[in-house]
Write a protein that binds this ligand. Structure first.
Ligand SMILES: *Cc1c(COP(=O)(O)O)cnc(C)c1O
Length: 373
């Protein structure tokens, strides 16, 4: 993970022959060849079936528009990507690979849908789940050691919505010593701020619905791996379960990915500034912000009532779930039954968009000031 800013010089030095930097990869990877009359962008290929004897055959097995998206995301993450119909389709596909009665060690503050999928697997007797504080490296390693059936370490970093950060290299190394596979849900950091495969993870997961697509208009997910055996297993599950995206969704997600760098740069710098200003407001008890990314989570001193007031008292900030769009949105996470009981009632998860930061602050502060009164 890089530091507090998008670092355009991160990665190896570029040259005419060297590796390209992430901003360039995001724009250029997965494009058609530079040949006369080729479109600059991968077109939307609407096809349920293909002329036989090629590599695709049928629309559930592959699609050229998915391939363009997969090439671009794979290049950014350092592996081969598979597109899914949603982030949860990617989550459940991966959990399907855990053998019967295998166990998963996962963050207690994982995305609520992931927690629900783990609980569902347990309730059906399919698997066991141990929820841990993912920021407590020693405790996570002990949980893996204590369970001989441990098959998968699930990392989400930063977590949604507590914004805890995991030590991916240390956890990956310890997991591999125990023969445990590692997945990192990289939805919050994006491949521009963190490349888990380079730090030892076997699989990277994305809800491409969020920052990658970036415009709050598409559901998509992805898994990325540099391990051919894991890739084949995941591709096999995708073919069977059929949780595949439509070509239009893949095209929108790729279109979003092209501008991820500039969107995230702006959103991150505004998020850091808002975190600083929020910390000084008397209505705010604590600000959770890991120092990078575009999600900020103030905990309001007035608890649930203050949070519920805030989300109804703004005009720019939109009260809605989900995150990662160009529009600033927020919600009090404990309004959801499924959210972990250890998340404070007054925690408001803010997804900072790309509007002017002073306009965003003015809208927030007029609401916060009225909580105080
Ligand atoms: C939203 C989200 C998911 C689930 O993705 P969907 O696209 O909504 O199915 C998984 N992980 C994280 C961290 C998320 O924020």
């Amino acid at each position: 993970m890089s530091g507090s800013a998008l670092d355009p010089t991160s990665g190896s030095e570029t040259s005419s022959t060297g590796r390209l930097r992430p901003a360039t990869v995001a724009v250029t990877a997965g494009r058609p060849p530079h040949d006369p009359d080729q479109p600059l962008n991968a077109p939307i290929t609407m096809a349920s079936t293909y002329v036989a004897a090629g590599s695709l055959e049928y629309g559930r097995y592959g699609n050229p528009t998915w391939s363009a998206f997969e090439e671009a995301l794979g290049a950014l993450e350092g592996g081969r990507a598979l597109a899914f119909a949603s982030g949860m389709a990617a989550v459940t596909t991966l959990l399907d690979l855990v053998g019967h009665d295998g166990s998963v060690v996962a963050p207690r503050h994982s995305y609520s849908g992931t927690i629900m999928a783990l609980a569902d697997g347990e309730a059906r007797g399919r698997m066991r789940a141990h929820l841990v504080d993912i920021a407590d490296t020693a405790a996570v390693i002990k949980a893996m050691e204590d369970d001989e059936g441990c098959a998968l370490l699930w990392i989400e970093s930063p977590t949604n919505p507590a914004l805890e950060v995991a030590d991916i290299p240390a956890l990956s190394a310890a997991a591999h010593e125990l023969g445990v596979r590692v997945v990192v849900d990289n939805t919050f950091a994006t491949p521009l701020l963190q490349q888990p495969i380079a730090h030892g993870a076997d699989v990277v997961l994305h809800s491409a619905t969020k920052f990658i697509s970036g415009h709050s208009d598409v559901l998509m997910g992805a898994l990325v791996t540099a391990d051919d055996e894991v890739y084949d297993a995941l591709k096999g599950r995708r073919d069977l379960a059929g949780a595949v995206p439509g070509p239009f969704e893949a095209w929108l997600a790729l279109r979003g990915l092209r501008t991820l760098h500039v969107r995230l740069e702006r959103a991150q710098s505004s998020a850091a500034e808002l975190a600083r200003r929020l910390a000084q407001h008397p209505a705010v008890e604590e600000v959770r912000y890991p120092g990078f990314g575009a999600i900020v989570a103030p905990v309001l001193a007035g608890g649930a009532d203050a949070g519920d007031f805030l989300v109804r008292a703004t005009s720019l900030w939109v009260h809605s779930t989900s995150l990662g769009g160009v529009e600033s949105t927020f919600e009090r996470r404990r309004r959801w039954q499924a959210e972990a009981a250890t998340i404070p009632q007054g925690l408001v998860r803010m997804s900072v968009g790309i509007e002017d930061v002073d306009d965003l602050w003015a809208d927030l502060v007029q609401a916060l000031d009225r909580i105080d009164a």
